[in-house]
Design a protein around this ligand. Structure first.
Ligand code: UD1
Ligand code: UDP
Length: 380
């Protein structure tokens, strides 16, 4: 609970890429409500209007206080540029705490800056592991968790992974899934969106597709195999394909691909409200997105994950998710199977209840109280 006598903290809240915005919006609002000073830092890892600004508008998030404008680049260049720019901000603004979310390069870069400057770091969505070191996000997750002071986990598997890595238990706090705070807050508004009819689709009679993992889209053979299967599926179920800019570029390099032969609607990335509307009314989702595996579980929409593994096993164990890999034949079979079965309602995991931001703020405030009692302004 909020405590009026609580010392006010100055907290740098970092966002950079699309999946960060819906995780940070509820937390920034909650921290401000409790009287803390927030410095909202946007690294600029994603910068197109439909990958960035639309989310501030849709989620009612304040404009960033600081925009680092790092843009795209190789992993090293992007991570290093965020570090250089964010270090300067930390020197100038001297935050008491840095909050990072998720697993993108901006997450790791800003956590590293905090650790090197002895500024405590809180990582929201800690403990997730795909155990696939070829996935850039896995490297970001492991290192961010190793150097963070507060590890806020979405599900018990996160706690177990951190324990197995020897992270002290007093740093780890199970708070639930903050993405679901945004989903539940905006679901009613999403119902008012006319995106489904605007696309000429009918409720429950189409699939949604997103793809952007390098392992799927950077290899032309894999991308062609997956999209050939999707095109075949679309003959019986139209597919609305929200196409990430990375994927759009790669599709442009596949001249032989003929999506028009099927019923695949190739779309620009959608804003949060329209996309939530599209997903929540769909019959099926096919994706390699991390966040969508969770959102479909919360919504009870069947999800086929076009990957060999997931860092979110709870969506398979309790939710609607199936890991189907990238083999075209398997994708066709799993789609047919999903369509022939009645939709079985998933169990929404504990603490995916729309109140995670409050629990994160509680953890931060009690950490700060302990720190003040110790007279310790630095260590977590
Ligand atoms: C990043 C994250 C990934 C996350 C995804 C969410 C890392 C390592 N990857 O992947 O974890 O799931 O975001 O969407 O942090 N581009 C644009 N406009 C933009 C942004 C990107 O055109 O606004 C293009 C650029 O050509 C860029 C490419 O997309 O090179 C990839 O962008 P980048 O941020 O490096 O990685 P993502 O694939 O978006
Ligand atoms: N999303 C969106 N518009 C789109 C595609 C995705 O608003 O066109 C949302 C989606 O609902 C989820 C988040 O973006 O909240 C997931 O981001 P993404 O798939 O880019 O990244 P990942 O979760 O894989 O890191």
């Amino acid at each position: 609970m909020s405590n009026q006598a609580e010392p006010v903290l100055k907290i740098a809240c970092v966002v950079g890429a699309r999946p960060n915005f819906m995780k940070m919006a509820p937390l920034v609002r909650e921290l401000k409500r409790r009287g803390h000073e927030t410095i909202l830092v946007h690294t600029g890892q994603h910068y197109d209007e439909n990958m960035s600004k639309v989310f501030f508008d849709d989620l009612g998030m304040p404009e960033p206080d600081v925009y680092l404008g790092v843009g795209s680049g190789s992993h090293s260049r992007q991570t290093a540029t965020v570090m250089i720019e964010f270090e300067r901000i930390c020197e100038e603004r001297k935050p008491d705490l840095i909050v990072v979310v998720g697993d993108v390069n901006s997450t790791l870069a800003c956590a590293l800056v905090g650790a090197k400057m002895w500024i405590p770091v809180a990582h929201v969505e800690a403990g997730l592991r795909s155990f696939d070191a070829r996935m850039p996000e896995e490297i970001n997750r492991v290192i961010t968790d190793r150097i963070s002071d507060l590890l806020l986990t979405p599900s018990p598997d996160g706690d177990a992974n951190l324990e197995a890595e020897g992270i002290p238990a007093d740093r780890v706090h199970l708070v639930g899934n903050i993405m679901i705070d945004s989903l539940l807050e905006h679901l009613e508004r999403a119902k008012q969106s006319s995106i489904v009819s605007n696309l000429g689709l009918a409720d429950g009679e189409y699939a949604v597709l997103t793809l952007h993992r390098p392992s799927n889209v950077d290899d032309p053979a894999v991308l062609t195999e997956v999209l050939d299967a999707v095109r075949d599926v679309s003959a019986s179920l139209p597919v609305a394909f929200s196409c990430h800019p990375r994927t759009r570029q790669k599709i442009g390099q596949l001249p032989g691909l003929d999506l028009d032969a099927g019923n695949v609607k190739l779309l620009e990335p959608l804003g949060y409200i329209d996309f939530l509307s599209l997903v929540s009314r769909s019959r099926l989702v096919m994706t390699d997105s991390g966040g969508l595996q969770e959102e479909t579980t919360a919504l009870g929409i069947p999800c086929l994950t076009i990957r060999e593994n997931t860092e979110r096993p709870i969506t398979v164990e309790q939710g609607t998710n199936r890991i189907v890999g990238t083999d075209g034949g398997r994708i066709r079979e799993e789609c047919a199977r999903a369509l022939s079965q009645p939709i079985s309602k998933s169990r929404v995991p504990a603490l995916w209840d729309g109140r995670t931001a409050g629990r994160v703020a509680d953890v931060i405030e009690s950490w700060n109280r302990r720190r003040s009692e110790r007279g310790d302004e630095r260590a977590g």
